[in-house]
Design a protein around this ligand. Structure first.
Ligand code: SF4
Length: 361
């Protein structure tokens, strides 16, 4: 077999991007960057990395932060379970391990929110352990160079690619090898239009030779996406009061704040929606208050077309409505200013960027 590892590392040393987490071996910072970069592009994740390092310079500072503050800082990155697991793991390491990050792949992998990929990255980069990373970039590079068409989302596929990466990793410098293969997948052997003409593997690459670049890697099946229909009710009181509540501990966006929500099985016509709305419960001072019991001035549809918000397994069809009421007594109200400090789902955050409640007072 040609010397994959040497060619790869030579390419990396000449072409790598200067990224802040490449200048450190501090496991806290490497772990933070890896969690932020899961399902997130480097350009989008970088400002978050800086924000977190500034707010929480070490794992103890992160562990001692209130969860709501961590979620607020995470706002905009999505997949909030990553932030919650980050916080839980920070507490574990700070309080149970006296802030000493575990230093082996096996121990690191036991931490919450850390799978095979992240454990391999931390173990190799921080502790020189020869544990190969396998993520989407690595699947793509290896499947193309070696012409492997085993589906990457199958158990045999996962095993095969991990074993191959493990065979290829340079045991003398696993940190550089792992970073090199990820960088090569991210910037050279990209999903679309890879730079084959200026590629060190052009002579060796099975996909290039057979013209199968766009067919590799192979995935066996797409995950079924569920449609959901959300109607957010922005209640507006006479002095600019509104109502927010915190999502419970189950399902998407756990613990984030949102407007009262009416979720329906299918899209509703406006007349049906008005009818269904009457039974929506709003948080009251002593007990819940039905919309039907309020002194309503008007109900305005703010989004004629649904806003589509995609999550990994769900497609949300989101409408916002403005319910102007004449009297807020008995209701538990907030001001719109709390948006500065509360973590809210991205779809609400985006909507609020262009929404000025004062226009409707
Ligand atoms: S020749 Fe093209 S497909 Fe093959 S490794 Fe290089 S960039 Fe990827």
């Amino acid at each position: 077999m040609f010397n994959f590892s040497k060619k790869l590392i030579d390419w990396y040393l000449q072409n790598k991007r200067e990224l802040p987490w490449r200048k450190t071996q501090d496991p806290y910072r490497i772990w933070l960057s890896e969690i932020i970069l899961q399902q997130t592009r480097v350009e989008q994740g970088m400002p978050y990395y800086f924000k977190f390092v500034e707010a929480y310079p070490d794992i103890k500072a992160l562990a001692n932060a209130p969860e709501d503050d961590v979620l607020k800082l995470w706002q905009g990155l999505g997949y909030y379970s990553r932030a919650r697991n980050l916080h839980a793991t920070a507490k574990k390491v700070a309080f149970d391990f006296n802030s000493e990050f575990p230093n082996t792949y096996a121990e690191i992998k036991k931490l919450k929110g850390i799978g095979d990929y992240t454990a391999s990255a931390i173990a190799s980069i921080c502790f020189d352990e020869a544990e190969a990373v396998v993520d989407g970039n690595v699947y793509r590079v290896l499947s193309r160079v070696f012409g492997i068409d085993t589906p990457i989302d199958s158990t045999p596929g996962k095993k095969e690619f991990k074993a191959l990466a493990q065979q290829l990793i340079d045991p003398k410098d696993p940190a550089t090898f792992n970073q090199a293969v990820m960088e090569f997948g991210a910037t050279q052997c990209k999903p679309k239009n890879p730079y084959c003409l200026h590629c060190p593997f052009q002579q060796d690459c099975a996909a290039y030779a057979s013209g199968k670049i766009n067919e590799l890697p192979v995935k066996q099946g797409k995950t079924k996406v569920r449609d959901r229909y959300f109607n957010y009710l922005i209640v507006l009181g006479p002095s600019g009061e509104t109502i927010l509540s915190q999502r419970d501990k189950k399902g998407i966006w756990r613990g984030l704040f949102e407007f009262p929500l009416l979720e329906t099985e299918k899209p509703l016509k406006e007349s049906r929606f008005r009818e269904s709305l009457k039974n929506l419960k709003l948080p009251g001072v002593s007990s819940a208050v039905l919309v039907d019991d309020l002194d309503v001035e008007s109900l305005v549809a703010l989004t004629p077309e649904a806003i589509i918000h995609k999550l990994s397994h769900q497609k949300l069809h989101v409408h916002f409505w403005l319910l102007k009421i004449k009297d807020v007594s008995g209701l538990q109200t907030s001001s719109f200013e709390v948006f500065e400090t509360y973590a809210v789902p991205r779809v609400i955050d985006r909507f609020m960027e262009d929404f000025d409640y004062k226009r409707y007072l």
